[in-house]
Design a protein around this ligand. Structure first.
Ligand code: ZN
Length: 492
């Protein structure tokens, strides 16, 4: 009897201890995340305790991922591989031989790091050639304007365009002064509000200028900060509006031109551009995998785009994003962490010309989209990561938020839900597939991207390591969880 009583008493004590330990762990997590509830878009989560426990049980694995890349022999390796790549190839514009050679090189690299099923998937991409280009103010004084033609722009006539400038601060001002615009080069000196809000001047400036009779447009670069750096980027014509040559100029010159015009002085600009479109060419999306051990056809996708503009080294946009993505898979492979489902790295081609690579990928893989657990992309900088940005249903967001808590050792505590995240993957998430990217301290992203300053010098090796750790951790947990990320609103 006494032995039986002792056993019962022991089991009772053990159970109480375990329960209080669990309570302690819960309180610990809740306390570190208590201060960030305002960043959760008031997400009301009521996750199954067993699921919470399952997710938290991954913490030791997450530590091993983080330690390997922030302290172990993988530390600094992604920076080294990316610098080998960007120093060798430089910028990788769509349609160039250089981009295709860089894709061949990357496929070899993926194989070297033991990714599986490494291959390229064909995709026809547009080819835009910048050619020779320059702009100069010739009245009231001679001054060379630092400029970059915008992607998709047409050329000027062979002798260039010499015309008076009309400098406006907004589309509204242009419309108010429409009568003055005819036959002029329209200079937009719009203030920078945010990239998302201001970029419309780059993408639609030429169309708005042409609508009121402008013969060319020069757009103030879309950036929060400038050291006399012009920023290129894609722009689009409207088939019902006359196409005119268009380029970006620096913030400094746009502001100067505005000041001169406000003094009532006449400004004459000479613009010369050889920009033109050529025949479409074949490129490839680059793919490599870590095949799951149980549900091989279920996919967790991590990605970035391998093409860049033809300026700088395309290191930040998006060499770093592309490398961080495939390298996170290489890290898991090296750690011999094989999840239930497959983790697939995809390096999109021709993102800059209008998300071309991902659109081909969707056409080729449409029937497979129902097997996608989540799609992720790094294309908004690889600065110090601070958390996760997620697109998906509330119940999916609650799971993602819980997974995000595993990244506390990286000091990542933020969680944001948005309708769509990143660039290429928005084309996939619109079909109801959950999407995610990392929130990072990317205030300086637009200082560099699409400029000659987009080089390795803008990147930090330790930050790249942390990005790798975070993508590897998130991808691994989602690919290995007992459940898939829910998607109630899916078309599937
Ligand atoms: Zn990009």
């Amino acid at each position: 009897m006494s032995i039986l009583f002792s056993v019962i008493f022991f089991v009772f004590i053990l159970h109480s201890l375990l329960a209080s330990t669990e309570g302690f762990v819960m309180n610990y997590y809740n306390s570190i995340f208590y201060n960030q509830t305002d960043q959760h878009n008031s997400l009301q989560c009521n996750l199954d305790l067993r699921l919470i426990k399952e997710i938290r049980n991954y913490q030791p694995i997450i530590y091993s991922i983080i330690n390997r890349v922030t302290k172990g022999d993988f530390k600094g390796l992604v920076y080294e591989e990316l610098s080998n790549f960007t120093d060798k190839f430089g910028s990788r514009q769509s349609g160039t031989e250089n981009l295709e050679k860089s894709i061949n090189y990357t496929m070899d690299l993926l194989r070297h790091y033991n990714l599986e099923n490494v291959h390229g998937e064909p995709c026809m991409i547009p080819v835009w050639i910048r050619g020779k280009e320059y702009a100069e103010m010739i009245t009231p004084r001679n001054h060379s304007l630092n400029m970059l033609g915008l992607g998709g722009s047409i050329s000027t006539p062979p002798d260039g365009i010499t015309a008076e400038a009309l400098v406006v601060n907004s589309f509204d001002e242009l419309h108010e002064r429409a009568a003055e615009a005819v036959g002029k080069i329209i200079v937009f000196n719009q203030d920078y509000v945010s990239y998302g809000e201001t970029v419309v001047y780059r993408s639609k400036g030429a169309v708005e200028a042409a609508k009121v009779g402008g013969i060319a447009s020069l757009i103030r670069s879309v950036t929060a900060f400038s050291l006399y750096t012009p920023h290129t980027g894609q722009q689009g014509y409207d088939k019902n509006v006359k196409e005119i040559p268009t380029a970006c100029i620096t913030v400094e010159d746009a502001q100067m031109l505005r000041r001169i015009s406000e003094r009532g002085e006449k400004i004459i600009i000479h613009l010369y551009m050889e920009a033109h479109q050529q025949q479409m060419k074949m490129s490839r999306n680059t793919v490599g995998e870590l095949v799951g051990y149980q549900e091989q056809k279920k996919i967790v996708l991590v990605s970035g785009h391998i093409d860049s503009w033809d300026v700088g080294q395309g290191a930040m946009d998006d060499g770093a994003g592309a490398f961080v993505s495939w390298f996170s898979v290489a890290l898991l492979k090296n750690l011999k962490l094989q999840p239930k489902r497959t983790i697939r790295a995809v390096l999109w081609t021709a993102e800059e010309q209008g998300l071309i690579g991902v659109q081909q990928y969707i056409k080729d893989h449409f029937n497979e989209l129902e097997n996608f657990d989540i799609v992720m992309e790094s294309d908004e900088g690889t600065f110090t990561p601070e958390g996760i940005e997620f697109a998906g249903t509330d119940s999916a967001a609650c799971i993602m938020q819980e997974i995000g808590k595993l990244l506390t050792p990286l000091n990542m505590r933020k969680f944001k839900v948005r309708d769509s995240v990143s660039s290429d993957i928005t084309m996939i998430t619109k079909y109801g597939v959950p999407g995610a990217t990392l929130l990072n301290k990317n205030d300086r992203y637009t200082w560099y991207h699409h400029t000659n300053a987009d080089t390795m010098t803008s990147l930090d090796s330790n930050d790249l390591d942390k990005n790798v750790a975070a993508y590897a951790a998130i991808a691994y947990v989602i690919a290995d969880l007992s459940i898939e990320i829910p998607r109630e609103n899916s078309i599937f």
